[in-house]
Design a protein around this ligand. Structure first.
Ligand code: PEP
Length: 257
């Protein structure tokens, strides 16, 4: 019997946004989120320079905010890095770690992602740990092996209490920014696999998000799957109406609906 969990929808703005345009987007999201069922949680992960703006415009709303990466260190001579406690100074509560763009373009290893997850938890933030396979790996039948190793590396460094505080996002690399989402069945299959590992770790209720070309048109079917607890949304999070439509899709399948 699958358990009904609350839904979580988080926008990943990536390296997009400008001070002026962000205001309208953040205000619209804050307003729209106010009308969602209570068990739909909404977040946005913005570029670090806009954390103060997110705090100013979202504080007191239903929308939480966060960053898209953190340093593996807490403080020191690490030019260009942003430490998790710095994000906390701006009211952040989320931090994405291990996004495939960081793993690919910044050569982040599974080990580094695990250390970053620890730093995020120590700072009191919720890490959104991204895992996902490339098209080549999927076609070679290695999806479970790849995402299993990525998740296991993180879980190995955490107690079951710490593991219970993470969020995991399954983001097939071939679906990110391509317009080609995984089908609901493909995503559910991988989510069920990840869930089994989290159950074995003693953290069965971790929110498992799907990410990769989620749009208003495909969100509800994805969110109806028993092990899909919401979404990590890239491109569509930059348009208030699309992002809010995806949040509403989460509301349509939520527990209180
Ligand atoms: C992402 O970058 O995390 C993502 C899911 O992007 P998109 O929704 O644009 O595929």
């Amino acid at each position: 019997m699958s358990k009904q969990r609350a839904k979580l929808v988080v926008g990943n703005w990536k390296m997009h946004g400008r001070l002026a345009g962000n205001t309208a987007l953040l205000q619209a999201v804050a307003q729209g989120a106010g009308a969602l069922p209570d068990d739909v949680r909404v977040g946005v992960c913005v570029p670090c320079p806009y954390l103060a703006q997110a705090q100013a415009l979202l504080d007191g709303s239903r929308v939480v905010w966060g960053v898209q990466d953190v340093s593996a260190y807490t403080e020191g001579a690490y030019t260009g890095e942003v430490a998790a406690p710095m994000a906390v100074d701006f009211g952040a509560s989320l931090a994405i770690v291990g996004h495939s763009e960081r793993r690919a373009y910044h050569r982040e290893s599974a080990e580094l992602v695990a250390v970053k997850t620890q730093r995020v938890l120590e700072a009191g933030l919720t890490p959104i740990v991204c895992v996902g396979e490339t098209l080549e790996e999927r076609e070679a039948g290695k999806t479970e092996q790849v995402v299993g190793v990525q998740l296991d590396e993180v879980l190995a460094k955490l107690s079951s209490e710490e593991a219970a505080r993470i969020v995991v996002a399954y983001e097939p690399v071939w679906a990110i920014g391509t317009g080609k989402s995984a089908t609901a069945q493909q995503a559910q299959q991988v989510h069920a696999f990840l869930r089994a590992r989290l159950v074995a770790k003693g953290a069965p209720d971790v929110a498992l998000l799907y990410g990769g070309s989620v749009k208003p048109e495909n969100a509800e079917e994805l969110f109806r799957q028993p092990d899909i607890d919401g979404g990590l949304i890239g491109g569509a999070s930059l348009k208030d109406q699309d992002f809010l439509a995806i949040c509403k899709a989460a509301g349509a399948v939520s527990v209180t609906q």
